[in-house]
Design a protein. Sequence first.
Length: 87
Amino acid sequence: MNARETINGVPVTEEQIVAWAAEAEVGYDIAALKKRGRGRPGRGAEPSQVVALRLTLEEIAVLDERAEHEGKTRSDVIREALHLTAA
């Protein structure tokens, strides 16, 4: 094995590989692995989509200031503004 192989900056040792192999040979609880999920949790029952948005540095500063003042995320502030214009 290459001595430079790391996981999160920690070198992977032969002992760790042997331990992982032994764990795999015993088997995994598939139901528990499927429950873990991946990525961020959804925003409800409907699927959501990530949308890229280009903003100037000034617009980002205004957005960040408002988000910090209201204790919200950038996304929350943008969603709120969309809901206000749709109403």
